[in-house]
Design a protein around this ligand. Structure first.
Ligand code: GRF
Length: 233
């Protein structure tokens, strides 16, 4: 449906793009994708966009003299499309400070870890190597530093004993496909606001609880989640 005008920037597979396409197809979803930009002509995500009838553009960084020229081309395309929110979804180029400032609080990213842990690449392999019991994903407003900025949504998943990086990545990816559409919805509905570099979420009842991994074997019905029996007002 109509609503907040999204542009999605990708470099590859585009499964998060697909999650946003699917969300936007729902009657009550307050956003629409007006443009998908890839820096790679063969990105699988471009086909997903075409299949959904969404305008696509390839802006190949190799065609530009420097980062600023590339950023300016992306900026111009976003303005042409009258984008209201720019969603990075597996976009593998760092955007310069000037671009990030121009789109401040209108530029978001998804990252496959619970930030600020495991910034950068190969997050899932590093989480397995570190032996953490919980990992997940983060949707955040973008700032100039890599994988930095006010956090909108996080989703946590257990890291299981026999996980390798691929198994953990697959579990995190499922969480990503829930977290990204939620974050966009919160922004589109005006419920997510940046205040003093933290995101305030309005009009959502918080639920308190504990996620235990491993589950407590002494519990009657072992579960990862132990919710307190109350919502806070
Ligand atoms: C995701 O894991 C995302 O968190 C990271 O890059 C990956 C992109 O996957 N930034 P896809 O292209 O959305 O399938």
């Amino acid at each position: 449906m109509a609503g907040l005008r999204l542009a999605v920037l990708i470099s590859g597979r585009g499964s998060n793009l697909q999650a946003l396409i699917d969300a936007c197809a729902r009657e009550d979803y307050p956003a629409e994708i007006v443009l998908v930009i890839s820096n790679k002509a063969d990105a699988q995500g471009l086909q997903r966009a075409r299949d959904a009838g969404i305008a696509t553009l390839t802006i190949n960084h190799k065609d530009y003299a420097d980062r600023k020229a590339f950023d300016d081309a992306v900026d111009a395309a976003l303005k042409d499309a009258k984008a209201g929110l720019v969603c990075l979804a597996g976009f593998m180029r760092l955007l310069g400070e000037a671009f990030v400032e121009r789109w401040r609080d209108r530029l978001i990213n998804i990252h496959p870890s619970l930030l600020p842990a495991f910034k950068g690449l190969a997050t899932q392999a590093r989480a397995v190597d570190a032996g953490v019991r919980v990992s997940g994903c983060t949707v955040h407003f973008v700032r100039a530093a890599m994988d930095d900025g006010p956090i909108i949504v996080q989703a946590a998943v257990p890291v299981l004993a026999d996980d390798d990086a691929d198994a953990l990545a697959a579990r995190i990816l499922k969480a990503e496909h829930k977290a990204y559409p939620l974050a966009v919805r919160l922004i589109a509905e005006g419920r997510a606001r940046v205040v003093n570099e933290r995101v305030v979420i309005d009009g959502v009842k918080p639920i308190e609880g504990v996620m235990l991994n491993p589950p407590d074997p002494a519990a009657k019905r072992p579960s990862l989640f132990e919710f307190f029996e109350r919502q806070r007002d």
